[in-house]
Design a protein around this ligand. Structure first.
Ligand code: GLU
Length: 540
């Protein structure tokens, strides 16, 4: 290889990083690292209305969490490069390779409608305007876009994944390169920047495959060389085979909303009232999976129907982080979305992936996102991670979930929590299992089902056990998990009860639920005084 490979990831900063974007970043990173090249990050923020600094910060944070550091010391922001785009556009205008077009939105719509009536696709081609008319438009300061006069000919390029891709002369379109607000379009900025940054390989999602013809036409007009192109397969939901996206979260909420209406024998209007929004808005959303609620409204419906944010399918990198996945497991899983390293190899570290990665191993067809497989990857990554890695991971999870009672724990306690949770899938499971032990005594919420089944059933059998075992625990001088377990075991034997008949009532008393780590470890962590206090509260 004589020329070093230079790749880039060029996200539009409109929010947290989607897993599809993360996979694109990863493949670009791997390709550069594999070949000793460079991987650059560029912020495509020419859509000023949608791009925010907060979104940029979130994106950088997600990439850092994944461990995909970029090699450009200074981030490239397109919004700071307007003078460069303008100079290039002016040059094309002077050379007659681009021109101003003055159609209003309404005029363009009329042209589109006409194309529909004629049963042909709408393609904009240069319309000669009389010099007087141009003068008049300019005098009126009529807003104008700049369009590339795209040479009418056949185009083709060799995609490194998809093979030869063609565009016939009949499909050529004079697309916009500068908008009426003076901003360059994505197509223009991307071409200028890729050239200036010396990008040799453009690796991006398949939604951009056909855009490449526009980019090639611009490269030819500007006299720039053409990088290699590779378009990555779409990421699909495993279950419905549809493109994975934010809509899937809405879908889950919609299903829960329908179930709520059915199970509670209510009507849509009741749900609308409970959520505090208009019935027709709710009805429209319930009926159509094309509609999405905004975040605030989603939360309102979820509160009413009893769905937690963590019940929703993760879509963003941040969702996975918040639900307690390890970045190394997520990266490994993302790498296999479309890439086949060969030899049935699946579990790989980033270093191993770097050694093996090649675009030849990337498939053309859609990649299914199998959440069970990701959970299995994470379970395996957890099982093989050293204790300090897990502690750092758990602390990162808690930093993303500051409301968790575990956020109050010391590092030593977190270490104990991890030691008693072995075999867990993700940190969310650890938190579900151990949270009760870190609630304050007055924060315990007794779940009615658990109280009924474990404490009150059979004339308060569980409550009686609790009162008796409290005496034994009170008398225990050494409070370690071994001594507690031995005392409880001895107590159970003396009463001829199975261990569960004693442990479960204690568990409900101390956590309000039927879930906690082993009873000896739970009580040891909780401490004697809280244990006895909670048992007293439960027995009333
Ligand atoms: N900003 C574009 C996107 O986020 C990048 C496209 C490209 O890589 O050329 O989809």
């Amino acid at each position: 290889m004589n020329q070093p490979i230079i790749t880039r990831f060029a996200p539009s900063p409109t929010g947290f990083l989607h897993v599809g974007g993360a996979r694109t970043a990863l493949f670009n990173w791997l390709l550069a690292r594999r070949t000793g090249g460079k991987y650059f990050l560029r912020i495509e923020d020419t859509d000023l209305a949608r791009s925010t600094q907060q979104a940029v910060d979130q994106l950088l944070e997600d990439l850092k969490w994944l461990g995909l550091q970029h090699d450009n010391p200074e981030l490239v922001y397109q919004s700071k490069r307007l003078a460069i785009y303008d100079a290039n556009i002016d040059r094309l205008l002077t050379e007659g390779k681009a021109y101003r077009a003055y159609e209003t939105k309404e005029e363009l719509e009329a042209l589109q409608k006409q194309a529909e009536r004629d049963k042909r696709g709408f393609l904009y081609r240069r319309r000669e305007l009389a010099a007087d008319l141009v003068k008049q438009f300019e005098a009126e300061r009529r807003p104008a876009v700049v369009r590339l006069a795209m040479p009418v000919k056949d185009y083709s390029f060799d995609d490194q994944i998809l093979g030869e891709i063609k565009l016939s002369a009949a499909q050529v379109d004079d697309f916009v390169i500068r908008k009426t607000d003076g901003m360059p379009t994505y197509h223009f900025a991307v071409v200028v920047d890729d050239a200036e940054m010396g990008i040799t390989h453009v690796v991006r999602g398949q939604e951009h495959t056909l855009n490449t013809f526009k980019h090639i036409a611009l490269q030819e007009a500007l006299g720039l060389s053409r990088p290699s192109y590779a378009h990555l397969p779409v990421i699909l939901n495993r279950d419905d085979g549809k493109k994975m996206g934010k809509r899937d979260r809405d879908k889950k909420i919609r299903v829960a909303a329908h179930n709520w209406i059915k199970n509670q024998k209510k009507a849509a209007v009741d749900l609308a009232d409970a959520c505090g929004f208009a019935e027709d808005k709710l009805q429209n959303w319930l009926k159509s999976d094309q509609q999405q609620l905004d975040l605030g409204d989603q939360m309102a419906v979820m509160r009413v129907v009893g769905l937690r944010e963590t019940d929703l399918p993760e879509i963003l990198v941040h969702d996975f982080r918040k639900n307690g996945y390890l970045p190394e497991a997520l990266l490994n899983f993302l790498a296999l979305l479309g890439w086949n390293p060969g030899d049935n190899l699946e579990k790989m570290t980033l270093g191993e992936m770097t050694k093996l990665f090649s675009l030849e191993g990337v498939n053309k067809s859609g990649a299914k996102f199998d959440r069970d497989k990701l959970a299995a990857f994470n379970t395996a990554a957890v099982a093989s991670a050293p204790a300090d890695r897990l502690l750092a991971g758990l602390k990162d999870f808690l930093a993303c979930n500051p409301a968790s009672p575990l956020a109050r724990a010391t590092d030593e306690q977190l270490g104990q929590v991890l030691a008693m949770s072995s075999g867990f899938r993700n940190f969310r499971d650890v938190e579900d299992k151990c949270r009760g032990l870190f609630l304050r005594d007055d924060e315990i919420v007794y779940q009615p089902d658990a109280v009924e089944k474990v404490l009150k059933k059979n004339d308060g059998e569980g409550l009686a056990v609790l009162r008796d075992v409290a005496i034994v625990l009170d008398e225990l001088d050494v409070w370690t998990h071994e001594s507690i377990e031995a005392a409880i075991k001895q107590f159970a034997e003396s009463k001829q009860l199975g261990l569960g008949k004693v442990a479960q009532p204690i568990r409900v008393a101390i956590t309000g639920t039927t879930i906690s780590p082993s009873i000896g470890q739970s009580l040891a962590l909780l401490g004697k005084s809280s244990t006895l206090k909670r048992i007293r509260t439960a027995t009333g």
